[in-house]
Design a protein around this ligand. Structure first.
Ligand code: 5GP
Ligand code: MN
Length: 332
C-alpha cells in the first residue's frame, strides 16, 4: 500500500508559538536526528543544540545507531560535545525534538524514546512525514530541515553565531545540492547570505563535505561505474548500479563514504531516474533514488517501505539486488 503523500506547510504561526512555549519552559531537552545522518539532519540538530545550550538548557543529542559513529565527513561540524550514545539518552524525555525524520522508524533505536516522550516536536521537510509528533513543524516546501531549524532559533530569540551558522549552512548546501536543486529559492540564497555574514567559510565547508575522499573511494567508484546499467525503455529511462560490502572492504572504505556516488550516477542524460543499491555493514541494501522530475520517486520508495522527496528518496531492502530492481522496474 502506498501511504498518502501530501504537500504540507508552511508551518502555522500558532504551531511556532507552541514550540517556542514548550522549549522556553523546559530545562532539559533531548534532540535526535535520523540514522545515517547527513549534513542536514546532524547540522540542524547540532545548530539548535548549541543555541539551546548557550541559553542555559541541558541538552542531549543523538541518533539511533547501536554502533554510534559520526560519519567521517561530518566530523568537522561544531557542537559535537552535545552528542551522546543512544544508551545514555533519556528513556522518556520530557521534551524531545527530532530533525529531518519523516517516520518513527528512521529514529532507529531511539524510536521507543520518542514514543515515550511527554512532548515530541518534529522538525522536518519530507513529504512522506507522518506527523508522529505531539507538535509537527513540517513544511515540505522548505529546502532543508536547516531552514526550519534557523526559523526556530530566530523565533526563540537566540543568536546565531559562526558555529551555529556553519551547521545550518552544511544542511542547506547538502539538501540543495550546493544551490542547484529545484528547492533553491530566493529565500534559500537569503538564508545563505545571513549565515555567511557570521564569518563562516563556504570554501572550507565544501571541501570538508565533498573534497576529502580517501584514495580507496576512487577505486570503489571505478568498480561501481564499471557495472552501471542504462535501461532507456524503463519509464523515462533508468540508470542504476550497486556497491557491495566486499567492494568497500577491498579498499577499507566505510559505508558513509559511498553515500555521494548517486550524484555521479544521476548525471546521465538518457535517464530520468538514477538508482544505487548500497550494501551496509549489516548486509542490508540501502537504496538511493533520484529523479529529474518525470517520476515521483517519493511515491515509488514509499511503496517499497521507504520515503523521501519527489526527486530524492530511498528505502531499505533485504532482497538480492536483482529482486529489488525487479520491484523497482515494475513501479517505474
Ligand atoms: P539518500 O538517498 O540521500 O540516502 O536519501 C534521499 C532521501 O530519501 C532523504 O530525504 C532520505 O531521508 C530519504 N530516505 C533514504 N532512505 C530512506 C529509507 O530507508 N526510508 C525512508 N523513509 N526514507 C529514506
Ligand atoms: Mn533534509
Amino acid at each position: 500500500m502506498t501511504p498518502d503523500l501530501r504537500d504540507v506547510g508552511p508551518v502555522p504561526v500558532g504551531d511556532w508559538d507552541r514550540a517556542v512555549g514548550l522549549i522556553s519552559s523546559a530545562d532539559e531537552i533531548a534532540l535526535a536526528c535520523h540514522v545515517s545522518p547527513d549534513g542536514d539532519a546532524l547540522g540542524s540538530m547540532l545548530a539548535l543544540g548549541m543555541a539551546l545550550r548557550a541559553a542555559g538548557k541541558r541538552v542531549t543529542a543523538s541518533f539511533g545507531e547501536r554502533r554510534f559513529r559520526v560519519p567521517r565527513l561530518l566530523r568537522f561540524l561544531p557542537g559535537q560535545e552535545i552528542l551522546a550514545e543512544p544508551d545514555a539518552y533519556p528513556l522518556a524525555p520530557e521534551l524531545m525534538i527530532t530533525f529531518d525524520v519523516p517516520t518513527v522508524d528512521r529514529l532507529g533505536v531511539l524510536a521507543g524514546n520518542a514514543v515515550k516522550a511527554r512532548e515530541l516536536i518534529v522538525v522536518d521537510h519530507h513529504r512522506s512525514n507522518t506527523g508522529f509528533g505531539t507538535l509537527n513543524l513540517v513544511d515540505s516546501g522548505a529546502a532543508a530541515t536547516a531552514v526550519l531549524a534557523e526559523e526556530l532559533i530566530n523565533r526563540l530569540g537566540l543568536p546565531v553565531d559562526k558555529a551555529i551558522a556553519t551547521c545550518l549552512y552544511a544542511g542547506l548546501v547538502t539538501d540543495t545540492g550546493s544551490f542547484r536543486h529545484s528547492s533553491t529559492t530566493p529565500g534559500v540564497h537569503l538564508m545563505a547570505a545571513r549565515l555567511t555574514a557570521t564569518g563562516l567559510n563556504p570554501e572550507e565547508i565544501a571541501r570538508e563535505l565533498w573534497d576529502r575522499s580517501p584514495f580507496g573511494y576512487l577505486k570503489v567508484l571505478g568498480t561501481v561505474l564499471d557495472r552501471v546499467t542504462l535501461e532507456p525503455e524503463v519509464g523515462e529511462g533508468l540508470v542504476w548500479t550497486f556497491v557491495t560490502r566486499a567492494d568497500r572492504e577491498a579498499h577499507g572504505l566505510p559505508y558513509d563514504e559511498v553515500e555521494g556516488i548517486i550524484d555521479v550516477i544521476r548525471r546521465t542524460e538518457e535517464a530520468d531516474v538514477a538508482v544505487i543499491l548500497k550494501e551496509d555493514d549489516d548486509g542490508a541494501w540501502q537504496v538511493s533514488t533520484r529523479s529529474k522530475g518525470a517520476v515521483d520517486v517519493a511515491r515509488v520508495c514509499a511503496a517499497l517501505g521507504g520515503g523521501g522527496h519527489t526527486k530524492a528518496a530511498g528505502f531499505t531492502s533485504h532482497l538480492p539486488v536483482e529482486q529489488t530492481m525487479a520491484s523497482l522496474r515494475a513501479l517505474l
